[in-house]
Design a protein around this ligand. Structure first.
Ligand SMILES: NC(=O)c1ccc[n+]([C@@H]2O[C@H](COP(=O)([O-])OP(=O)(O)OC[C@H]3O[C@@H](n4cnc5c(N)ncnc54)[C@H](O)[C@@H]3O)[C@@H](O)[C@H]2O)c1
Ligand SMILES: O=C(O)C[C@H](O)C(=O)O
Ligand SMILES: [Mg+2]
Length: 571
């Protein structure tokens, strides 16, 4: 057998609905994280799979293994090492990893996902132990299809691919091949939150080089050590990826994560009508912010159509949020032009104005006419403070990556004009957040309606405990993905995003003072089930579902993979 035909062999197991059937024996079984149960293999399985001498005698249960793993987790001295420990656990025994995560979701989500994942991405080449996912290189566009085929998966074996080119990871910029960790982390959340079967997912690093000087100089860097490729070669590479993924896994959803603003938007526009695809930072974020804004306006007793919205940081997420808030105002009765005019964007060069230099194409719809602001002082652009003073926003969104940009002066100014200011500092990770909730609550004298991108503790102020919702796309994209998979959606429509946002918003009890605007992360499974059902129903209504669904809620429930050990039998 040649080396090539060997790597293209089919995966060494299949699932028959009840048990894994495998051709693997001995160490190969223990080295396969989807099959491995370690000390939980039964005596019969040990005998038939050639494991009898490879394991200590005790036969333990999944809960025994979870208990031990939890103790080991607590022995890790830092969040980064906890992340490394969990990664190793996932690479050893996926069921154990997901059960442990499910039982300690609130505690462990910030370790496998935001904010610790940011540190894991920075340290990727140094903490590197073993690969996970598929690494595609811009220098070898002809190998894209072969590389994806090397997993040995058939067309019906894959539901979902999460790909990143890592140009704008969270708010920490360009981290080259280390971006693989965000694809892996997003997929872990898909499984923990929505029960997407981990065996049916593929994380993909689209390695186009990096402009990060630190990585270019680092002898340990494991990615392509050259500057980012742009222009036609970049586009051809993305095209090769979409073509190969669609050819090999025709029904799979293609999720894009943490691209730079212009590439992210261009890619989405190019492929959104061609394949089932979405950009999480633009669309997932936009939809979760709509959910939080719908609930905030309910608490404030105001209408969506009456909001004045100021977006600070008009990049991928900021403009994605603007688009969906605009659509939400249109649904509340405004025409598109009037809705757009209720949104102001401030970026590095200040308030976006038509005649300014360096305006990016996707920012143009939100740029203000120069005539509109003639009365405003304009020496060196209109910064956030002046824009706030003139606009008096009812909703302030931060997607700028600028820590502490929302100052006491700015927030107090808003609080003087607006009864219940809605303030969402969404930049991740923690070191990038525009203001912490305890500050925002104090500066608005408890009237602010707050949601953040990172997980934060509740804030007690003058006797009221404010629970802070996590306006992170993690509350939305897993259900969106599951709904699309269950429906066999041919594409992801704006209607499906709207349905997802409304489903999330509808799950919250807004009655108690200080109530969170969004569901709590420990309820991720319930949230994702509701989102998936609403999304699948909408896909059917819009005629883009390829599967027929008589009872979408039941189909969603039964599609959810559960972290439990299944029998392993020999082929
Ligand atoms: N909560 C969520 O679910 C969520 C989702 C996506 C992104 N984010 C966060 O939002 C932030 C932005 O992400 P992105 O993907 O949109 O990045 P991006 O690079 O596309 O956008 C950031 C924007 O902020 C602008 N900016 C930078 N410095 C500024 C300054 N001093 N003043 C005004 N504007 C400034 C940049 O010019 C850019 O337009 C990140 O921290 C990311 O983690 C959060
Ligand atoms: O990854 C996250 O925590 C949310 C978002 O996709 C981001 O880029 O910040
Ligand atoms: Mg992101």
């Amino acid at each position: 057998m040649t080396a090539m035909t060997k790597v293209l062999e089919k995966r060494n197991f299949r699932f028959d609905g009840d048990a894994y059937i495998t051709t693997a024996r001995g160490l190969e079984v223990l080295g396969s994280p989807l099959l491995n149960k370690g000390t939980a293999f039964t005596r019969e399985e040990r005998e038939s799979l050639g494991l009898a001498g490879l394991l200590p005698p005790a036969v333990q249960s999944l809960s025994d293994r979870v208990r031990r793993a939890y103790e080991q987790y607590h022995e890790q001295p830092s969040n980064l090492l906890k992340n490394v420990f969990l990664t190793a656990l996932q690479d050893n025994d996926e069921v154990l990893f997901y059960r442990l995560l499910a039982e300690h979701l609130r505690e462990m989500l910030p370790i496998i996902y935001d904010p610790t994942v940011g540190e894991a991405i920075r340290r990727y080449s140094h903490e590197y132990r073993r690969p996970r996912g598929v690494f595609l290189s811009v220098d070898e566009p002809d190998r894209v299809e072969t590389a994806l085929a090397e997993l040995g998966l058939d067309a019906d074996d894959v539901d979902l691919l999460v790909a990143t080119d890592a140009e704008q990871i969270l708010g920490i910029g360009d981290w080259g091949v280390g971006g693989m960790e965000i694809a892996v982390g997003k997929l872990a959340v898909y499984t923990a939150a929505a029960g997407i079967d981990p065996a049916r997912t593929i994380p993909v690093a689209l390695d186009v080089g990096t402009d990060n000087e630190e990585l270019l100089r680092d002898p340990d860097y494991v990615g392509n050590q050259h500057p980012r490729v742009r222009g036609k070669r970049y586009d051809d590479f993305i095209e090769a990826y979409v073509t190969a993924a669609s050819k090999l896994f025709g029904k799979a959803l293609l999720h894009w994560e943490d691209f730079g603003p212009s590439n992210g938007r261009r890619i989405l526009e190019r492929y959104r009508d061609r394949v089932c695809t979405f950009n999480d930072d633009m669309q997932g974020t936009g939809a979760i912010v709509v959910a939080a804004a719908l609930n905030a306006t309910r608490v404030a007793g105001t209408r969506m159509r009456d909001q004045r919205i100021l977006i600070f940081g008009a990049g991928t997420a900021g403009v994605g949020i603007a688009d969906q808030l605009r659509d939400a105002m249109v649904r509340d009765g405004l025409d598109r032009v009037a809705a757009t005019r209720r949104i102001w964007c401030v970026d590095k060069q200040g308030l976006l104005i038509h005649d300014m230099k360096g305006l990016r194409d996707f920012q143009v719809p939100y740029a203000r006419a120069a005539g509109e602001i003639t009365a405003w002082s304009r020496n060196r652009g209109i910064g956030l403070r002046d824009a706030v003073a003139h606009v008096q926003p009812t909703i302030l969104v931060g997607t700028s990556t600028v820590r502490q940009a929302f100052t006491e002066e700015i927030i107090s100014d808003i609080a003087r004009h607006v009864e219940r200011p809605i303030i969402f500092p969404l930049s991740n990770p923690t070191e990038r957040i525009e203001a912490m909730p305890d500050q925002l609550i104090a500066w608005t004298d408890g009237r602010g309606l707050i949601a953040t991108g990172i997980p934060v503790q509740p804030v007690t102020y003058k006797g009221v405990t404010h629970t802070i919702g996590q306006a992170n796309n993690a509350l939305l994209y897993p259900g969106l993905g599951l709904g699309a998979v269950v429906a066999g959606a041919a594409r992801i429509s704006d209607g499906m995003l709207e349905a997802a946002a409304e489903a999330v918003a509808g799950l919250v009890d807004l009655g108690p003072p200080g109530a969170s605007l969004l569901p709590q992360v420990e309820n991720l499974r319930t949230v994702s089930a509701a989102v998936a059902t609403a999304v699948a129903e909408r896909a059917v209504e819009e005629g883009i579902a390829r599967n027929s669904l008589d009872d979408p809620a039941r189909r969603v429930e039964s599609a959810m993979w559960q972290p439990e050990y299944r029998p392993v039998r020999v082929e």
